[in-house]
Design a protein around this ligand. Structure first.
Ligand code: ZN
Length: 324
């Protein structure tokens, strides 16, 4: 058993976001003139990977600005000691001209644990911003069109000059245990049978994170919890979530056996000891390697667990909400 990863997979960013430069006058021309500038390309929810030579590890394709098409949108991501990084969002034609081979364009969940921490962080940041831009073409106050500004970190209303800032939707995800340190896992109605994960849900307006944890568990499992403790978070840009990981304990006097699935979102609930979880791997599918659910489960378990071959990573159903 190896030591548990200290950080969830999408929370490994090593970049300085260099926010001060976003508002600098003439940012785009200074970026293009800087020999240390590098550009990566986002098309839909995919990023362009570099050609792999001699079994090299997957990595983002990074080009000098002079070798990069302008794209529909430019987003300054920040810098490290070597380079300054910008994402360019490109349309179908530009993507095909850049690289026609589909295998070179990959989604975040497919490559996040294969690329290094720098590339994973750049992709997460770029995708989160690109998703926000895609959903905010119109001003929520007056309905007019909006235009990107400040190196991709705001949109400005074309009629009333109101500034829109990037948003992220907080969702809580819970490691619920009982007094025997058994773990509660649920199977979501949107998943295939046999897939189990932690309970999760969006934070509602006017609610604290701790309140959201208690409410979601009551709604989805019909059981009272307390001793709510924050554990870790990671961005989950599918399209715009921030997953906040908590632990919670079944409240004194509440009987774990009375946990009951809500029948809508959650169809089945099961309590697992560590041994039962290890034994169950053959029959139970767990959340994918990039999810904070998996990270929290392995934190409780005490290390990584060997799993049967399974399908590609799935997002928690909560994070698949569209139209946010
Ligand atoms: Zn407006």
């Amino acid at each position: 058993m190896t030591e548990h990863d200290p950080l969830p997979p999408f929370a490994r960013a090593v970049i300085d976001r260099d926010a001060g430069r976003r508002t600098a006058p003439g940012f785009e021309s200074s970026f293009d003139a800087d020999p240390a500038s590098r550009v990566l390309f986002v098309h839909g929810d995919r990023v362009l990977l570099a050609e792999q030579v001699d079994g090299s590890a997957p990595a983002l394709e990074l080009r000098r600005p002079s070798a990069a098409p302008a794209g529909d949108l430019r987003i300054y991501l920040g810098r490290d000691p070597r380079f300054a990084y910008e994402a360019r969002v490109v349309d179908d034609d530009t993507a095909a001209a850049l690289e026609p081979e589909a295998a070179r364009w990959q989604g975040l969940r497919a490559v996040a644990t294969a690329v290094d921490a720098l590339d994973a962080g750049l992709f997460v940041e770029a995708l989160a911003l690109a998703n926000w831009h895609a959903a905010h073409g119109f001003c929520p106050r007056c309905g007019s069109t909006t235009t990107p500004g400040q190196a991709g970190w705001v949109r400005r209303c074309d009629r009333d000059d109101a500034l829109l800032f990037p948003r992220t939707d907080p969702a809580v995800i819970m490691l619920v245990t009982d007094d025997h340190d058994r773990l509660l896992l649920g199977s979501n109605a949107l998943w295939e049978q046999r897939r189990f994960s932690l309970l999760a849900g969006f934070v509602e307006p006017g609610e604290s994170l701790e309140e959201a944890v208690v409410r979601e568990i009551a709604e989805e499992a019909g059981i009272a919890v307390d001793r709510v403790e924050y554990r870790a978070s990671q961005p989950w840009p599918f399209p715009a979530s921030l997953m906040l990981g908590f632990a919670a304990r079944v409240a004194p006097g509440a009987d774990p056996a009375t946990a009951t699935p809500d029948g809508e979102e959650i169809l089945e609930l099961r309590w697992f000891t560590r041994d039962e979880l290890a034994d169950a791997w053959g029959g139970v599918l767990l959340p994918g390697a990039t999810s904070i659910a998996r990270w929290l489960i392995e934190q409780w378990y005490g290390g990584p667990v060997e799993t049967a071959p399974q399908e590609p990573d799935r997002a928690p159903a909560v994070a698949e909400r569209s139209g946010t």
